[in-house]
Write a protein that binds this ligand. Sequence first.
Ligand SMILES: [Zn+2]
Length: 431
Amino acid sequence: MTTQLALQPSASAASKQHFRDTIANPVEFQSINDLLAAERGVIEALEPEGIRLWGASPGSIRQWEKLQIGDLVVFVADRIGFYLAEVACVFDNPELGARLWGLDAQNRTWQYMYAVTNGRYVSIATSEINSAVGYSPDNNIQGFLVLTPEKSSVAVGLLNATNTTSAPAWVDHIPARRPRNIDISVESVQSAINRYREIGRDAFLAESGGNKAFRYVIAEGDLEMDANAIVLAAHNAAHPDQPLRATDFDGNRLTVAEPLRQLGFYVDDLRAEPGQDAPLGPDPEKYIELASRLEGSLDTSRTSGQRREQSILRGALGLYRDATVQCGLCGKTYPSGFVVAGHIKKRSECTDAERLDVINVAMPICVFGCDALFEKRYIKVINGSIVVTNSGIADVDAYLDSLVGRRAPGWTSEREKYFAWHSEQPVLGTS
Ligand SMILES: [Zn+2]
């Protein structure tokens, strides 16, 4: 198979920074170990001191998909092909992209990655590369491009015959990206929140230098506050001599959402699928605490209130991403995407205290029938056992027959009062 040649423009300030941080200086394995899978073994054998990584943005996915191990890549800036290396592995890893390079203005990252090995600096005018592959000499190489096999074989010959040089001056002149260690505490975040409430959004954004949230907001009551601006203000209150600016850190999950969540603040992801994100991790206790702090804000018909309540209930019941969960009625185990956090006692009938009893007022219910049949009360749970009312529809009744008399694994003595309420309600129609 022919070795392909990829042209990798790296001329913008951001690209040069990326080159400096993750190609010229390999990324130490220990800093990204938690996000690497099989690729680590492949790369470590070739480059034991670290991994030299590049990432293409989603706009370049078609080109990136063509890339093969063993292909050559030439990095181009300022009309010079300046670095030539071999592709060691190709993989997709958005979390790693966000950690290494942050997010772009559209909140995307450079997730389509490749690691390189056997790199060397060269200095070859792009006009020469262009001429070799049949482009006009002044063609401006824009966007990541994998050349056809025919063009590649000519250009690879040319590049392999090029002498090794030293790095372009800019590589050594760009300082390392500032470490993005965010130093915040419950107190500093709370006082930033208080300030936000006091002066309002526009004034707070101006004062903190933060941006309007694209993705993460701290939700308290009916307010949704721009999380990155809160983090900036909280950090800077503790470090007035060396304040961070919005451009010094990337407002992503790892730098904004996770640190706030670890402190117990409720961070909503405006872009998450509804109910798919358990924002405080797997510990149910955190949701009990959170529900009580959000008292009042759950009792709202607004979409954000419902989104918040579902995500709290799901977290409290262990329905977080990638979990498998047992249905509280049929007892079957399904991926969390097929299980809802279903209210046992209807939400609108609950007292405030019952609504905050997040572990007991709801239970995991599968969508394969149990959820709809429980809501319409064809299934009831009496003293822990399933009692059914036939619908008169053969296939529905076949489902009910498979459950009747069984113990409901979702029944607990703490939930009994909610099941009791449910069992006293009339059966609803099937239409
Ligand atoms: Zn079920």
